[in-house]
Design a protein around this ligand. Structure first.
Ligand code: OAD
Length: 250
């Protein structure tokens, strides 16, 4: 596999876009695969404001299980490769749709990463602005039937993730827009996502405008595939370390 990175100026800019497939090899189920189903529930129907309104206990149970699974998981070779690329780049942004913390644990610094669908370990009020990070605190409120309530306004607390039909977080969105506005990228890598959301395709195309390389790493075809300059039909943990090593030595 020969990766060609067109270096059009002194500064080398990268954009990496990831989705659930990048964490699949760490044992975190993807959304749209069969293994994504939880007790016969389709995640796409649980990750909605309507589902939370109807049955907050069920939705919390699902997220508590996912939190626990993520706590017990380890970053895989794909997360490590992306962190390595971040360390070796002049300009780098990772935009992940993943709400897990595996990119962070692999070593991608906060300022080089945008979690565009939120962070599963945040718990925030469904009414006011209060929020807290529950990464360490998985004891009381995550047990049994207990539903966390806001200490300020007493409304139900909810996971700090973006649900279907909700707006993307404005600050994070601005960080992506600002990065892309500052210039095109020499290389954009999109891995482990079905790219079902238009903004993922849009960001990949904007990053690679003007001749930048656009590499898709996904065992399956996606709506982005037709735009990619290189399509690598391998798993992320197999392909990304090879790509990153070639980019760094090129
Ligand atoms: P999906 O579950 O839709 O897609 C996972 C993608 O990863 C598929 O295209 C698989 O072919 C690919 N894949 C699976 N295993 C892989 C591997 N080992 N290496 C590389 N690719 C692999 O996940 P996303 O596209 O991330 O949003 O889903 C996007 C969003 O939809 C999620 O963030 C979530 C979901 O509903 C919200 O909750 C708002």
């Amino acid at each position: 596999m020969e990766i060609v990175v067109p270096c059009r100026s002194y500064v080398v800019r990268f954009l990496v876009l990831t989705g659930a497939g990048v964490s699949a090899e760490s044992g975190i189920p993807t959304f749209r695969g069969k293994e994504g189903y939880w007790r016969n529930f389709d995640p796409a129907k649980l990750a909605t404001p309507e589902a939370f309104e109807r049955d907050p206990k069920l939705v919390w149970e699902w997220y508590r299980e996912r939190r626990q699974r993520i706590r017990n998981a380890q970053p895989n070779a794909a997360h490590d490769a992306i962190a390595k690329l971040a360390r070796h780049s002049d300009e780098f942004l990772l935009v992940t749709q993943n709400v897990d913390d595996l990119h962070a644990r692999a070593g991608v610094a906060d300022e080089k990463m945008v979690q565009i669908h939120g962070n599963i370990f945040m718990t925030r009020c469904s009414r006011c602005d209060s929020s807290r990070n529950d990464y360490e605190n998985d004891h009381d409120h995550e047990k049994g039937d207990f539903l966390p309530r806001c200490p300020i306004c007493d409304a139900l607390m909810r996971p700090g993730v973006v649900w279907f039909g909700e707006q993307l977080p404005w600050n994070e969105l601005q960080r992506v827009e600002n990065y892309l506005d500052r210039g095109a990228c020499d290389l954009a890598i999109v891995s482990g996502t079905t790219a079902t959301f238009g903004y993922i395709i849009d960001w990949a195309l904007r990053a690679s405008r003007g001749g930048g390389e656009l590499i898709e790493v996904n065992p399956e075809e996606t709506p982005l595939s037709e735009f990619a300059t290189q399509r690598i039909r391998e798993s992320a943990a197999v392909a990304l370390p090879k790509i990153v090593d070639q980019v760094i030595t090129s």
